[in-house]
Design a protein around this ligand. Structure first.
Ligand code: DQA
Length: 141
């Protein structure tokens, strides 16, 4: 089994980006955490990050074609990209939407997600620990 963990814009700067909001874990640490979780579960976990919407859409098409389960943190695209939501709607394997911060405690514009309607479930506000939780759930499906 394979799980793709896809991170959108600005998430490559984890660790230094607003640490009071997103914590001090770097993206490299997050990759190691996800890969370690996959190893424990005997699942192939691949983590990718992009600041380019078209690249993310291409990865979602790949996941749709290969019927791969996805953990997605679309960052700010979550709140306005119908194109990302449309690509998510093509997935046939489960999709878990993850947000490091509790978006519902933050600005109003972060309260709405275009992705939630097409996700199997959503993990919000549990920090980077949301990722291993999402991977564990997907591995059990
Ligand atoms: C985020 C929340 C988004 O509102 C924000 O634009 C991000 C990160 C999170 O993980 O908490 O880039 O998705």
């Amino acid at each position: 089994m394979k799980i793709l963990v896809l991170n959108g814009p600005n998430l490559g700067r984890l660790g230094t980006r607003e640490p009071e909001v997103y914590g001090r874990t770097t993206h490299a640490d997050l990759v190691a955490l996800c890969e370690q979780t996959g190893k424990e579960l005997g699942v192939d976990v691949e983590v990718r990050q992009t600041n380019h919407e078209g690249e993310m859409i291409g990865w979602l098409h790949e996941a749709a074609d290969q019927k791969t389960a996805v953990v997605l943190n679309a960052g700010a695209w979550t709140h306005y990209s119908i194109a990302i939501a449309d690509a998510c709607a093509m997935l046939t394997a489960p999709l878990v939407e993850v947000h490091i911060s509790n978006v519902h405690q933050r600005e109003e514009f972060r309260h709405h997600s275009y992705i939630s309607a097409v996700a199997s479930g959503v993990i919000v506000g549990l920090g980077v620990q949301g990722y291993p939780l999402a991977i564990r759930w997907l591995a059990e499906q």
